[in-house]
Structure formats: C-alpha cells, structure tokens
Design a protein around this ligand. Structure first.
Ligand SMILES: [Fe+2]
Ligand SMILES: [Fe+2]
Length: 137
C-alpha cells in the first residue's frame, strides 16, 4: 500500500504522519505474509500501535485546539479502530510459521481491517479535518 498525493489532506504535518503510518502498516502486512515468528509480528504490532496512538492523539489535539465541530464523531472513529486493532492483536501472535489452518485468512483479515479502514478514514474523515485546519496550522 502506498501513500499517493490524492490522499493528501492538505496539512503537511498530518500527511507526513500518514506516510509514516503506511510504512508501519506495510511492515505489519509483510510480517504477516511472510508468517515470521510470533515475536517479530508482536514487535511490528507494538510499533504500529504506538504510532497509531501518537497520530490519533495529534489529530485530536488539533481538533480540540481549533474547536473542530466534527471532533466527537472523528474521535469515535479513532476509538473504534483502536478497539478493532486490539482484537486483531490478540489473534496475530497465533501465527507461527504460517502453516496453521487459518493463517491465510488472518493475513487477509489484517489487510482488510487495517488497510481498508485507514484508506477510507484518510480519504473522508481526515480530509474534512484537513480542510478545516488549512491555513490554521
Ligand atoms: Fe483521523
Ligand atoms: Fe489520520
């Protein structure tokens, strides 16, 4: 998955974090696809989770600081993603060696849950925020 210009929300600092987020998600998808040992997957998840926490926190801070009217709804989406991600996190370390039944399904699920959500969120919800923040930050 690649960040492209059409995913820009118009605020450089947020775009930069989204690019970084994509790199971390790619690391996770690669780790799952290669079915590396559970320790490696655990490390990648931890890394991604920390970055998600940081990035959502930054956007929420901007929303509060500038009185964004869509704050509650946007924050609720972040919360929902974090909850889904913790569910996924419980499943992923079970992938050991990639030979167990369900490994492939889990890999596909990772792509769907993480990648689809992020793309959709950036293209719609973050873009609205970006339009609001333009010229303010
Ligand atoms: Fe967001
Ligand atoms: Fe974002």
């Amino acid at each position: 998955m690649q960040w492209t210009k059409d995913l820009s929300v118009g605020v450089e600092k947020i775009d930069e974090q989204h690019r970084e987020l994509f790199e971390k998600i790619n690391d996770l998808v690669a780790a799952v696809k290669q079915s590396v040992c559970k320790y490696k997957i655990g490390d990648v998840i931890k890394f991604l989770e920390d970055y998600i926490e940081f990035h959502f926190g930054e956007e929420e801070r901007y929303m509060v600081e500038f009185g964004y009217p869509g704050y509650e709804a946007h924050k609720a989406q972040h919360e929902k993603f974090k909850a889904n991600f913790s569910e996924l996190k419980k499943e992923l370390p079970k992938l050991e060696g990639g030979t167990k039944p369900g490994s492939y399904d889990l890999s596909v699920e990772t792509n769907q849950v993480v990648v689809d959500w992020i793309l959709d969120h950036i293209a719609k919800v973050d873009r609205h925020l970006g339009e609001f923040l333009k010229g303010k930050v």
